[in-house]
Design a protein. Structure first.
Ligand code: SF4
Length: 235
């Protein structure tokens, strides 16, 4: 298994803030190693799956858009394999089909980053950009990657609505906005009006569109569509 370059604790702690050079629009560089566990996990997959993307997954969509969709982290055989958020696994099938239904995309989604799909008036990103083992990032990894989420939001001058997929994305967004978690509890279908850096934003909560949640009935296609109906109404 390939090993990461050893860094001092000081340089590691600074990494997300200072390593924008060489990345696109403040997105993480391909070799970001600010989270050693995630770096090593990806390095292992570079060896066993050399045809996969295996790197921090950059945001996808329209920076001029009004809607930002925030997931948890890349799926191992989804975004980590293909290199585009929510692309190539079940969660993407449901998300992109719903985006199409509500006019947030053009072109045909085909589970490949070169399928020609374009997003309209929205961006998709993840709270954590590197795939975590068992799809579970640690609190420290979420904190370390947070500057990249902040950066995406700052690059969206027309941002008005944020859809958070799941409780972890919800909590991460509140922390990113400097808001108290107790004041804005997560609930599917819930929405929260907030102000941040002079902007009025509405946070929309949804259960994550994972296969597990849909297989267990936690989230149905109708429940997911209802959230997008509320977003469409607000925009
Ligand atoms: S999760 Fe984010 S901060 Fe951590 S290594 Fe990946 S890109 Fe860097």
């Amino acid at each position: 298994m390939a090993k990461r370059t050893v860094q001092t604790s000081e340089s590691r702690a600074r990494a997300p803030q200072v390593r924008f050079e060489g990345s696109i629009l403040g997105e993480p560089p391909r070799d970001c190693d600010a989270c050693p566990r995630l770096y090593d996990f990806i390095a292992g997959h570079r060896e066993t799956q050399p045809d996969w993307y295996n790197a921090p997954v950059r945001s996808f969509g329209d920076p001029a858009g009004a809607l930002l969709i925030v997931g948890l982290a890349p799926g191992l055989r989804g975004a980590n394999r293909t290199g585009r958020p929510f692309t190539g696994d079940f969660a993407g099938d449901l998300l992109y089909a719903t985006l199409d239904s509500f006019g947030f995309s053009s072109g045909q989604y085909d589970g490949r980053p070169d399928d020609g799909l374009a997003l309209i008036n929205c961006m998709i990103t993840n709270a954590v950009r590197c795939v975590p083992p068992q799809n579970k990032p640690t609190p420290a990894e979420i904190r370390t990657c947070q500057p990249f989420l902040t950066n995406v939001m700052r690059q969206m001058p027309n941002l008005r609505a944020i859809l958070v997929l799941g409780r972890v994305a919800h909590d991460t967004m509140l922390r990113t906005l400097g808001l108290r978690l107790a004041q804005y509890p997560f609930s599917h279908g819930g929405l929260h009006g907030v102000t941040c850096e002079g902007r009025s934003l509405t946070i929309f909560d949804s259960y994550h569109c994972s296969r597990y949640n849909t297989n267990t009935g936690v989230l149905t296609e109708k429940m997911f569509a209802d959230v997008f109906r509320a977003i469409r109404k607000a925009l």
